[in-house]
Design a protein around this ligand. Structure first.
Ligand code: AKB
Length: 315
């Protein structure tokens, strides 16, 4: 049976690249981009596009009725920093959006659902180094709380209804095609834009704030590899730890200086995102993903920096 794939939240940082890659792998018309905003490309040439608001059940039902998707990727969410500015909306979108999609996936016989979790599920009492798959989890942002609750719902729907839901705990994702949307790790993208434009950047995270990060090409490849893995290999139905590269703003600046020797990094004090970053892991132990579905990142800090600067210069 031909796959019909819905990508909900298709205009965001991940959606933009995931839709392109899925359309490269499948027939363009098998991948339906869905978002509350019109994309800024010509939808007629690019493939099907639908307006979808995951909180509007009637709208969602119409889309499921029209396409009867075999796979759904649900990416629509409010991230850690914007979530703190509007906690109730973040909870509503991140939680009820997920439950609506899980329910329609069951009603319409969708084979497989992907939903991203995040390193934000960990908190101040989680181990900071090589944070394991299973450990204390006490997230203190509404985003982290919603992701942890969402993980439990995913596992519940798998166990109770047999729905094949798969998930990854993304670290900060570094990309050049679309801007990030209000996360704590966004400094690691802004720094490249400002380095090329102004030769300097003022980081809202302090010099020693080390966080798990990943180049978008790795994240997209890993996501599709997880979705393509045989069902009997998937032992985690909450969400998989997923490791790429770990660095702090100073490490990143040193790497950028190899290409832009005069680059200057300054720091802005007292940004609320610092407290969020301080509660997150510095590195992730992803041996379960490696064992279950052969996860292997390809981009280290050197390669990621080279690719970001090279692509941003061209764009
Ligand atoms: C954020 O910073 O909120 C996201 C994430 C790590 O999930 N990039």
């Amino acid at each position: 049976m031909a796959e019909i794939i819905l990508v909900i939240g298709s205009n965001g940082q991940i959606g933009t690249e995931l839709v392109t890659e899925l359309r490269r792998i499948h027939n363009v018309n098998q991948v339906v981009a869905c978002d509350i905003r019109r994309p800024d490309y010509d939808t007629k040439n690019a493939g099907p596009f639908e307006f979808v608001n995951v909180l509007d059940k009637e709208n969602l039902k119409q889309i499921f009725t029209k396409y009867k998707p075999t796979q759904v990727y649900l990416l629509a969410a409010l991230l850690s920093a914007t979530g703190e500015q509007n906690p109730k909306l973040a909870w509503d979108l991140n939680m009820n959006g997920l439950l609506n999609v899980l329910d329609f996936a069951i009603d319409f016989g969708t084979k497989r659902v992907y939903w991203p979790s995040s390193i934000a599920v960990f908190g101040p009492n989680s181990p900071k180094q090589q944070t394991p798959q299973f450990c204390t989890m006490d997230p203190n942002t509404v985003y982290g709380i919603s992701k942890l609750a969402g993980e439990r719902w995913c596992e519940y729907y798998f166990q109770k209804y047999g729905l094949d839901v798969r998930s990854i705990r993304y670290p900060g994702l570094i990309s050049w095609k679309a801007m990030p949307g209000g996360g704590t790790t966004d400094y690691a993208i802004h720094i490249f834009h400002e380095a090329l434009k102004k030769g300097s950047y003022s980081s809202f995270l302090s010099a020693e704030t080390e966080l798990p990060m990943m180049y978008m090409d790795d994240a997209i490849r890993g996501t599709i590899e997880l979705m393509d893995a045989p069902e009997d290999k998937i032992n985690i139905r909450s969400s998989y730890n997923f490791g790429g590269v770990n660095f702090n703003p100073e490490d990143l600046a040193s790497e950028i200086k190899k290409h832009i020797p005069d680059f200057k990094l300054n720091y802005t004090a007292n940004d609320p995102r610092q407290k969020i970053a301080d509660s997150w892991p510095k590195s992730i132990d992803d041996q379960v993903a490696k064992k279950d579905w052969n996860w292997q990142p390809k981009f280290d800090l050197e390669k990621l920096t080279y690719e970001m600067l090279r692509n941003l210069k061209k764009s």
